[in-house]
Design a protein around this ligand. Structure first.
Ligand code: ADP
Ligand code: MG
Length: 445
């Protein structure tokens, strides 16, 4: 059974993972067991296992989901026997790292999934989207560097790929180099070790556009930052376009030398914020086009309210819904969607966010997020809203003013009043006590 599932997964991956990466990292893996929920595959070394976990596990799990249905996870373990029996012993992981001998064109190929057209635009990401397009249309002129920052799953890498694809279409693949900061560091280390720094640098001289993803990865790596600053200066001075993406703005990046930090901040800083309710709905609608069937309106609302803190989360939810609906041949209804997703409450660390508290309160009291943060003051909405205030106060250390802001721009005194009301009602109303305790338990689980 493990082999059958893995066979299906491999087939799918062959279509989604680029040829070289597939040969290097997917083909050598072997299925070892299947327990009805978790597929275990084996890798020839710990390094190999870690690399696959970090770079490919997400796509492997997505493919496994399609093959074996919702709830499937994939584990990678080490089996050294595989290294010995490998038909091509020269494919030892260190050598086969994608960093070696990779030409710039390999990563800047146009991917039709990640273009400016497939990027859904709203107020929270419009500046970044426009600026990204400008770097293709008028490279090296207006926004140089363009520094895009924002939380996970909000489309930074998507925009970088769109830029690389656009620049490739305009000026040819040789003119673009799109690389993650992590690969930059790894390749530099390999070049240093082999005494090939001159060759390493030469790659960057030819290009007109350089896109570097996840520059926060450079934190604390002094030698890499030095080399990167050098590359940056050389390209910038000759009017080449530079685009950088990071999980936070330059001034909040820890472990980055001042010289590099100020270069990061010397062009346009464009942030991507979490989607607002309008964009959430648009994202759900656009992303649902890929499903086999149409989503009912109430499912769209539900997903927009509870499963769209970022776009990656939404895509995961849709994949699960699609898998479980097509598995059981059922129509996609709200109860089915709730049940399917209930098993996937994302694992989170630390304290819940206001966002998440609001989500849970809305679920429990059956109101929508938009209603909860609206100005309306009917009893149906006021009570859950005040419960949300109460839970924010209890479970976070967010100041009252910010709690009010997060709940539809309410002022400090409104929050104080809300807390009083809930505290009194809790003392008198056992049913409410129970409901609030249940929400709280879910939030701190
Ligand atoms: P980040 O790099 O910011 O963590 P990604 O660019 O990898 O996020 O985005 C995660 C997923 O969500 C990708 O599949 C991407 O295509 C999709 N995505 C993110 N933002 C948007 C958007 N505005 N429109 C369409 N798809 C998006
Ligand atoms: Mg990214």
């Amino acid at each position: 059974m493990a082999e059958r599932i893995w066979g299906g997964v491999r087939e799918r991956l062959q279509q989604t993972v680029s040829g070289q990466h597939f040969e290097t990292w997917i083909a050598p893996l072997r299925a070892s067991s299947w327990n009805g929920r978790c597929l275990t595959v084996q890798a020839p070394s710990a390094f190999f296992r870690d690399w696959v976990r970090r770079h490919h596990l997400q796509v492997i799990e997505a493919a496994a989901l399609e093959v074996a249905g919702a709830g499937v996870t994939v584990e990678v373990e080490v089996n050294r026997a595989l290294a010995a029996s490998s038909p091509r012993p020269e494919r030892e992981p260190m050598k086969a790292r994608p960093s070696r001998g990779r030409v710039p064109t390999a990563v800047s190929a146009v991917d039709p999934r990640y273009t400016f057209e497939t990027f859904v635009v709203g107020t929270s990401n419009e500046v970044a989207w426009r600026a990204a397009r400008a770097t293709v249309e008028q490279p090296g002129t207006r926004f140089n560097p363009l520094f895009v920052y924002g939380g996970v799953g909000l489309g930074k890498t998507h925009l970088l790929r769109a830029i690389a694809g656009g620049a490739t279409a305009e000026r040819g693949a040789e003119s673009v180099l799109s690389i993650s900061a992590e690969d930059f560091v790894n390749e530099m280390i390999v070049a240093l070790r082999r005494d090939q720094m001159e060759k390493f640098r030469r790659r960057f001289r030819r290009i007109a556009t350089l896109a570097v993803d996840d520059v926060q990865f450079l934190a604390g790596k002094v030698r890499s930052q030095e080399e990167f600053t050098h590359t940056f200066n050389a390209l910038h001075a000759s009017g080449r376009q530079i685009i950088l993406a990071s999980d936070r703005p330059p001034h909040e990046l820890p472990g980055i030398e001042e010289a590099l930090r100020s270069r990061f901040a010397s062009g346009l800083l464009a942030d991507i914020r979490p989607p607002d309710p309008t964009l959430r709905r648009e994202l759900v609608r656009r992303k649902a086009v890929g499903l086999h069937t149409e989503l009912p309106g109430e499912v769209i609302e539900f997903l927009a309210d509870h499963w769209c803190e970022n776009v990656r989360q939404l895509e995961g939810a849709l994949a699960r819904i699609d898998a479980s609906a097509s598995l059981d041949g059922q129509a996609i209804t709200l109860p089915l969607v709730r049940e399917t997703l209930a098993r996937f409450v994302p694992v989170r660390e630390g304290r819940p966010t206001i966002e998440r508290i609001v989500g849970e309160v809305c679920l429990t009291f059956k109101v929508s997020r938009a209603e909860l943060v609206s100005a309306r003051r009917t009893a149906r909405l006021t009570m859950p809203r005040q419960v949300a205030m109460y839970l924010c106060r209890r479970l976070t250390d967010v100041p009252l003013r910010a709690i009010g802001a997060g709940l539809g721009g309410r002022d400090h005194s409104t929050v104080v009043h809300g807390l009083e009301v809930v505290t009194q009602r809790l003392a008198a109303d056992a049913a409410l006590r129970e409901a609030v305790a249940a929400v709280e338990a879910r939030l701190i689980a």
